[in-house]
Design a protein around this ligand. Structure first.
Ligand code: ADP
Ligand code: MG
Length: 289
């Protein structure tokens, strides 16, 4: 039999140690954000193809088109969703009902086109949206979030919460400078963030590398940290054709130069470790406060 003293200690221990059901649930999905400073750098091309490649490899992939109000991932995937993030934010449909199935079983949560509610959501609305999306994390292996250009409030909340960011830029000075501004901002809100740079639509390897060198030098000099160079993707008519066809280039022309380059980008190691200690959408909600 336990003494009174032992019983008291046991009770105190039970109080301190949360039972498994009380613990914060461990998120099952890895989350990768895809962003850029400037618009039109190729985020959605990279995001949709990354989703396709990872789904083809057998992962349960969710692509969230967070380009609020100007979504186009559904077009690039040849899908016609009935619902979008706006409906989920309003609470008129549940997050699962809003999903559409794409190539290789990937699921898309569309961003909505021209929906005012999504263009400038309040903190409260974003909080409601993130809360609604939280359960989806347990149902996927990989969540890829395609952002709009720039530093919208919702994007910054995502960057504060994510472990991993793919920064898509072009080799031009304007795109590089905007990408650098976003990189700097990402580090301000999240000191542990892992960032990989993709130089997209480059005329040739030399231009891609000189663009990367410029980015690397500025990061080293002014921030004292340098992101990874994930890879570069050539300007390729196969991408333009794929957009016309509404079939991602890694399906329509997997052997094309761009298709091969994106395939290599999809094997960037940090994508396999893009997990944080607590759930992504819970961290994003905390970042709103
Ligand atoms: N590597 C590439 N080669 C040729 N065209 C490209 C390439 N990447 C992107 N594009 C073109 O640029 C357009 C914009 O790309 P998109 O991914 O929608 O940009 P973002 O999402 O950054 O605004 C695409 O519709 C496509 O026609
Ligand atoms: Mg886009």
């Amino acid at each position: 039999m336990l003494s009174r003293f032992q019983l008291a200690r046991l009770r105190a221990f039970r109080k301190r140690a949360p039972s498994p059901v009380e613990k914060e649930p461990v998120a099952s999905a890895r989350v990768v954000c895809i962003a850029s400073g400037k618009g039109g750098t190729g985020k959605s091309i990279i995001a949709t193809n990354l989703a396709v490649i990872r789904a083809r490899q057998g992962e349960r992939v969710l692509l969230v088109d967070f380009d609020s109000g100007l979504a186009n991932a559904h077009l690039l995937l040849g899908l016609a969703p009935h619902h979008d993030l706006g409906h989920v934010m309003e609470g008129t449909v549940g997050p699962r009902e809003a999903l559409v199935e794409g190539p290789h079983g990937l699921k898309l949560l569309s961003g909505g086109v021209g929906r005012q509610a999504l263009v400038n959501p309040t903190r409260r609305e974003l909080d409601r949206l993130f809360k609604a999306l939280r359960p989806l994390e347990d149902e996927f292996d990989l969540v890829i979030i395609d952002h709009g250009a720039g530093m919208a409030y919702g994007t910054i909340a995502h960057l504060a919460a994510t472990s991993t960011l793919l920064l898509v830029t072009n080799h031009e000075v304007t795109a590089l400078s905007d990408a650098y501004a976003l990189y700097k901002r990402a580090h301000m809100v999240n000191e542990h963030i892992r960032v990989g740079v993709v130089i997209n639509r480059a005329p040739d390897e030399r231009m891609a590398h000189s663009g990367w060198e410029r980015f690397r030098r500025a990061s080293q000099q002014f921030l004292g940290v340098v992101p990874d160079l994930v890879g570069w993707v050539p300007a390729d008519v196969a991408v333009e054709h794929s957009v016309q066809l509404r079939v991602p280039v890694t399906i329509s022309a997997p052997e094309s130069a761009a298709g091969q380059a994106i395939q290599r980008i999809a094997s960037w190691g940090p994508i396999d470790h893009a997990r944080t200690a607590s759930a992504f959408y819970e961290k994003a909600r905390r970042a709103l406060r």
